[in-house]
Structure formats: structure tokens, C-alpha cells
Design a protein around this ligand. Structure first.
Ligand code: PGA
Length: 324
């Protein structure tokens, strides 16, 4: 267990449950009823501590989640987040827009943007595609429009962001410029972006963690004012820790959180970071406390352990209690 360090004054805990694609509409009300039963005796503690609790639900369950939260009187206690929204209304089959998420029947206040599960399939596909067939010879612009998931690395795509002008292209790849534009849209829609960054195991083992974070943060934050950045949340999620049961140690996580805090302070021109930076990657009730005791870890983005209401609540309460 790591040593407790001095807390920044403004650090409010933040716990987001990321249901990914595990939930169904018919199971949503049951989860929320279970969470309501568990949380009611703790509501005063939760409110007094200023802890924010968010559920990032699959799109198909958002309306039911809103209905159930209202029915249980939890509107003030649990906020909703939309997962990986698309930044323009229109002919984009399969997309969920900010307009839909902010609609009164849902009222999402947050959005998960750039989660590795929306970046990573394209990286994997990219490796497979390179191994299996020779890429056709096409111009860079054609590649960007038609083949970018298979042909271009995130870094190359970010360099090409100037091509990504005004007229969004119909692919759903959460790479740098798309993360950036989606974040911009979130802010203009009054939705708080939860911008996810994190290195792969390959990158960590090659000693490239810091560079990866630096690059992903730069791509995500490019062009934003300090005031806009102050309204965001950042999630550090090492890809190798997501869904693997292999949590980053508090020291490993803190090291990257401190780096992110430094980047944010540089951009917001402040001496103390006020942007919540939450950790994601196999956070569980029994490791939450040691993580959130770290000075730059404000809470968690929780996948597996958010799928059972009692486990999710236990994790949140362990986090709060660790703060004394
Ligand atoms: P996990 O997922 O808690 O299941 O590792 C975290 C996330 O992907 O947000």
C-alpha cells in the first residue's frame, strides 16, 4: 500500500460506471433499483463529500436509465453519460448524437470520448491488415476517407487533421482529430467530455508511455481555451489494465496522472490542477482506496465492477471512506 500524500484542496471524487455494451433496457431498471436501495442510507455522505457518480450507459438503455433514476429519486445523485457520441446529426447509421443524449428524455450530462475500445479495434485491424495483405496504392486523402482504420496510425491521422475540415467523414474512428472535434462538440452542447487516454502494453514495455500520453493529450486539447479545458474530465486508462484484472499500481497510475495534471496546468495556466483526472483499468472495491489516495487520482472509470449495483456502490464508498 502506498503512502498517503497531501490532497489538493479542490479534489472532489468522481466515479463513473462504464457499462460498455453489457446492459440491456430490460435489466436497467433492476440495476438502478438495486443501486437506489444500497445508496439511500449513504446519500448524505455522498452529497457532503461532493462525490460525483456517473453511469455511462449503452445508447439503447439511456432512456430507460433516465426513467428509472427519476423514479428512484436519484436524479440529483447519479448523472448519465453517453458512450462515444458522434458529433453531428445526419446520415450516420449507427451513431448516437449529442443532441440525442442531451434530449430531455435522457438528459445526459457527460460523454465518454476516445475510450480505447473505440480506438483499439482499429489498431488491431490495422496490424492484421498489414500482415494479411498489401495495402492498395491510394492517395493520402482517399486513405483518410476510405481506408484510414486499416492504413494509418493515429499519429499520421493527427498530422492529417487539416484535411478534416468542416465536413465530417463518415467513419467512426476515435482518433486524435475525431476526439478533438467530438470534445469541442460536447462543450458546445453543454455536455462534459470525459476524454480517455492510455498506452498499450506494447507502448509501456517500449518505454513510450509518457510520449503516448503527451501525444493523445495534445491531439485531444489542441485549440481549446483554458476555460474550455477547465470544464473537462480526463480518464487515464492504461489499455493493458482494462478488463484484464491487472490494475496499475497506485504508483504507476499516479506517475501518469501527475504527467496529465502537469499538461493540464500548462494549458489552463494554473498552479493547481482543477480538472478531474480519473483512473480506469480493473478498479475494484478492494483497490479503489489505495488509488484515490494518490494526489492526482480523483476517482475511477469502472467497467466490470460497475455491472453489479452492490459492487459499484461498495467501490464508491471505499473511495469516500479512504478520504476520512
Ligand atoms: P474495467 O474497464 O474496469 O473493466 O477494466 C474500465 C474501462 O474500460 O472503462
Amino acid at each position: 500500500m502506498s503512502e498517503v500524500m497531501v490532497m489538493p484542496v479542490k479534489k472532489r471524487l468522481f466515479f463513473g460506471g462504464n457499462w460498455k455494451a453489457f446492459m440491456r433496457p430490460s435489466k436497467t431498471a433492476g440495476f438502478i433499483a438495486g443501486f437506489a436501495d444500497g445508496v439511500k442510507p449513504h446519500i448524505d455522505d455522498l452529497k457532503e463529500s461532493g462525490t460525483r457518480v456517473v453511469i455511462a450507459s449503452p445508447s439503447a438503455c439511456l432512456t430507460e436509465a433516465r426513467r428509472a433514476l427519476d423514479e428512484q429519486g436519484l436524479r440529483e445523485v447519479v448523472e448519465l453519460a453517453v458512450q462515444d457520441p458522434w458529433f453531428v446529426e445526419g446520415a450516420y447509421t449507427g451513431a448516437t448524437t449529442f443532441e440525442a443524449a442531451a434530449d430531455p428524455l435522457i438528459g445526459a450530462r457527460y460523454a465518454l470520448i476516445g475510450h480505447s475500445e473505440t480506438r483499439e479495434p482499429h489498431r488491431i485491424y490495422c496490424h492484421q491488415a498489414r500482415a494479411e495483405f498489401k495495402p492498395p496504392q491510394v492517395s493520402t486523402e482517399d486513405a483518410l476517407v476510405n481506408l484510414c482504420p486499416t492504413l494509418l496510425s493515429e499519429r499520421q491521422l493527427a498530422k492529417l487533421s487539416e484535411l478534416d475540415s468542416g465536413n465530417p467523414k463518415p467513419f467512426r474512428v476515435a482518433i486524435g482529430p475525431v476526439v478533438n472535434r467530438t470534445t469541442r462538440k460536447a462543450l458546445s452542447a453543454g455536455i462534459v467530455p470525459i476524454v480517455c487516454v492510455g498506452e498499450t502494453l506494447e507502448e509501456r514495455e517500449a518505454g513510450k508511455t509518457q510520449k503516448t500520453i503527451e501525444f493523445q493529450m495534445a491531439a485531444a486539447l489542441e485549440g481549446f481555451t483554458p476555460e474550455q479545458i477547465a470544464k473537462m474530465v480526463v480518464a487515464y486508462e492504461p489499455v493493458w489494465a482494462i478488463g484484464t484484472g491487472r490494475t496499475a499500481t497506485p504508483e504507476q497510475a499516479q506517475e501518469v496522472h501527475a504527467q496529465i495534471a502537469g499538461i493540464l496546468m500548462g494549458r489552463t495556466k494554473t498552479k493547481e490542477n482543477t480538472v478531474p483526472i480519473i483512473y480506469g483499468g480493473s478498479m475494484k472495491p478492494d483497490n479503489a482506496a489505495s488509488l484515490v489516495k494518490q494526489p492526482d487520482i480523483w476517482g475511477g472509470l469502472i467497467g466490470g465492477a460497475s455491472l453489479k449495483p452492490d459492487v459499484f456502490l461498495q467501490l464508491i464508498m471505499n473511495g469516500i471512506q479512504s478520504r476520512g
